[in-house]
Design a protein around this ligand. Structure first.
Ligand SMILES: Cc1cc2nc3c(=O)[nH]c(=O)nc-3n(C[C@H](O)[C@H](O)[C@H](O)COP(=O)(O)O)c2cc1C
Length: 217
């Protein structure tokens, strides 16, 4: 079963394994085979420099600057409820009290450390070259990539939160001025005994999101 992984062993995934799974992800379907996705793997010293800047930005409360809007605003009530429930359940699972501001801050900061991953994919598209469907194409690519990672016993966590600082991405990723960054995907071998990795999020029952239409009324 797929689930988000937010703690990694630190062992590097070899370049040939990475290349194989990216090639496999590239087989994702896209409208008219347009393949609008761009994928950047950041690792080594560049990732450490990026991480340092992200941690500083978080600690200093740097103003966020998201370049695309993820969710409807205002969020539909049902979505809002699920989002709040997820946040609460995850904190309870990690043993963090609602009032424990320090621990909650450390918990939030994990995002800006890319959960300690040694390798992070950044998914992007060309600036100004997209319609709504382009995001769907990229979603298909992303899910294929996630499935490929899982098939190799690797884990990952999709991150929108870190799109808060695109200027830092452009500072550390050469030739990225014309990219619109969509998401980060820290990945690696899961640390199985880490509390963050034993959390299982809930799902809506089938009847809430699936129906069959068959008999004419
Ligand atoms: C577009 C997108 C953005 C996400 N951003 C974050 C994020 O910034 N930080 C995080 O910890 N999880 C993030 N997640 C992971 C979701 O919280 C997670 O997929 C959801 O709670 C369901 O849990 P599961 O992946 O373990 O099944 C994101 C997931 C998606 C699809």
């Amino acid at each position: 079963m797929r689930k988000s992984v937010r703690s990694f062993t630190g062992e590097m995934v070899p370049a040939n394994v990475v290349q194989d799974l990216v090639l496999a992800a590239g087989r994702a379907a896209s409208s008219k085979n347009t393949q609008p996705w761009k994928l950047v793997l950041v690792q080594g010293q560049v990732l450490e420099n990026l991480r340092t800047d992200y941690i500083t930005a978080f600690d200093e409360g740097k103003k966020t600057s998201f370049e695309y809007i993820y969710s409807p605003d205002p969020m539909p009530e049902a979505y809002q409820k699920r989002a709040v429930e997820l946040g609460k359940a995850f904190l309870i699972h990690k043993g963090i009290g609602r009032e424990d501001k320090e621990k909650r801050k450390e918990h939030d900061k994990e995002n800006f450390k890319f959960f300690g991953a040694k390798q992070v994919f950044f998914l992007a598209i060309n600036k100004g070259e997209y319609g709504q469907g382009t995001f769907l194409d990229c979603g298909l690519f992303l899910q294929t990539l996630i499935t490929e990672l899982n098939s190799k016993e690797l884990g990952c966590c999709v991150q929108y939160s870190v799109m808060a600082y695109p200027d830092l991405l452009r500072k550390h990723i050469p030739n990225s001025e014309n990219l619109l960054f969509l998401l980060a995907l820290p990945f690696g071998y899961p640390k199985t005994d880490n509390i963050a990795n034993t959390f299982i999020s809930t799902r809506e029952p089938l009847e809430n999101f699936f129906r069959v239409v068959e008999n004419v009324i």
